[in-house]
Design a protein around this ligand. Sequence first.
Ligand SMILES: Cc1ncc(COP(=O)(O)O)c(C=O)c1O
Length: 498
Amino acid sequence: MESCTAAQFSTEGTNVQFASILEKCRELPPFRLPSGGPIPRPEDVTHARDALKAVGKKVPEQGKGEDFVFNLLTNCIFRAVHNHSSDYYGFVVGGVTNAARLADFAVSYADVNPSVHFPTESIATEVEDYALMMLLDLLQLEESQWPGRTVTTGATASNILALACAREYLASGAGQIGIAKALANAGLQDIQILSCKSHSSLGKAASVVGFGRSSVMELSDKKKLWDFDLVKLEAQLVGNKTNGIGSIVAVNFGEVNTGLYTSRVPEIRQLCDKYGAWLHIDGAFGAYVRALRGSSSKFAADASKVTEGLELADSITGDGHKTLNVPYDCGFYFTKHPEIMSEVFQNPGAAYLSTSADSVPSPLNIGLENSRRFRALAVYATLVSYGKEQYCEFLDKMIHFSRQLSSWVAASPDYELLLERPESAYTVVLLRAKDEELNRQLKERVNSKNEVYVTGTQWEGRPAMRVAPCNWNMEKTAYLKVQIVLENVANEWRESRC
Ligand SMILES: Cc1ncc(COP(=O)(O)O)c(C=O)c1O
């Protein structure tokens, strides 16, 4: 370890039992299913379902015992779940680094609840804040500009936090007096979210905070669906201002189907300033690419360009269980407006929970939950363990994968690349089969081989397939396996038609 001496990490008073338990959790082999692939054998799912039925819906009068449960876990449930190995390219699913997994085992074992900052009693909330500051550093965001920060259960929760803060910004007092009165006081009729191809969780967040899903308005560029049409955006901002509608502009870093980035964020920021809108950036998985800026990666310049302007947001959503490769569930939320955060999320009236004014706010006053998991420990452990250099290597591998596979798809007689160019790929490859009927069946045909796992989507009104590399542990040549599967699927299709 670089700058830490043995003296700093004195072993005096070590909890030997705890250390020996954790020692057993280090360097575990990857989780494997009996199927050997990313999804279980159908018979294992049936077997597990039968086991659940046999146990039944009622709590047993007399418990069945720990041995029974051990058997249920090892022989039923964990034979019938998805295996998020490096062959898993569905949704955006990260793996788990060894350090993150170790920390997460420790969290379950010790059962720590970092809801209140107890400066003289527990270091947990400070660990959480260090983890958040390190995330800011990884994303090359100035710590002093992001005093509002917390760890969440994931990007959906972070998007809820963002919209709740934006609501308070546009209609001050909404958290206290309710949205209807706060809107009236602010002279507003309504609030609208201006976005392009935002993740579905933004609509869910809009529903939760009282705007309604219909408040999310699509302002995509017709030729680049993942990006804004700035002319339309400005027109809508002007119209909203005139009609007493508050605006939130929600930007993608990257868009979930394509992995691509909203461009010209500095101009969007100017528009937000001009028309009093809140600027939110959802960088659930894509924001991490910014870590490559100034690195030795051959993608550093591209990464720098596409992630320009992240620092200009009022709020940022990020996920831990995606590109960071910490276990489910984990996300984070940053805002430049900490006072709004505590206005919205303070847990009022619980005098016994008050803590002295300190630099670390109690998490229960700045986020959704009161009691919560110590999920920040895995973030801290993985960042300390692998550092910027290895995270840049992980990202480099993911982009290399995407560009290699995209090049192959673009040159293939059977498939069509739905990104502009192979070099515009980052951590998602979007494609479709040229044959309409094969295209409709493509995802199922690929997944039925159980060699790699992908998800389907709709793009420009037609089915498409996404391949999203997000696992720290994947081989540099992992794209070849996907190519072979795609090639075999196309060949089998052709043969079946003869
Ligand atoms: C851009 C984006 N935002 C939000 C989410 C929701 O994330 P989570 O499932 O962690 O809540 C996702 C998930 O894929 C995403 O890609």
